[in-house]
Design a protein around this ligand. Structure first.
Ligand SMILES: [Zn+2]
Length: 124
């Protein structure tokens, strides 16, 4: 019987969200904005083979939508701004939040997949 060390889900998810290695919490595993490197720069855990595919953009869209849409409705109800201001503020806020959250959400998904021992190439 082989020993498999525990991989706590929430710790791995949080470390991934912070773009740190879910295994050691020290190293980096991104080689670019969204691309994964070979593995952790500190403990060399092979994280580069984990395929998150389309899940990070789906989660990012859901999170940003749940932030921006209620803000739009709240502002429109209490102090409706002029149309030109709507056309400047909301797309800019949506783009900024998306670009800020997408790499963090990808890190969290990779951390979650690592903790569940998923590689993204599983067959049903
Ligand atoms: Zn590591």
């Amino acid at each position: 019987m082989t020993y498999t060390p525990a991989r706590p889900v929430f710790r791995s998810l949080w470390r991934g969200f912070a773009r740190r290695c879910p295994a050691c919490g020290e190293g980096q595993f991104f080689s670019g904005y969204l691309s994964l490197g070979e593995g952790c720069s500190h403990c060399e855990e092979p994280l580069g083979t984990i395929r998150a595919d389309d899940i990070p953009p789906y989660f990012t869209i859901a999170i940003v939508g749940h932030i921006v849409v209620p803000l739009i409705l709240l502002v429109e109800r209490h102090a409706p701004p002029p149309l030109w201001l709507n056309l400047v503020v909301w797309p800019s806020l949506t783009l900024a939040l998306t670009l800020l959250l997408l790499p963090k959400v990808k890190g969290a998904v990779v951390g979650l997949m690592w903790s569940l021992r998923l590689r993204g190439d599983e067959q049903q």
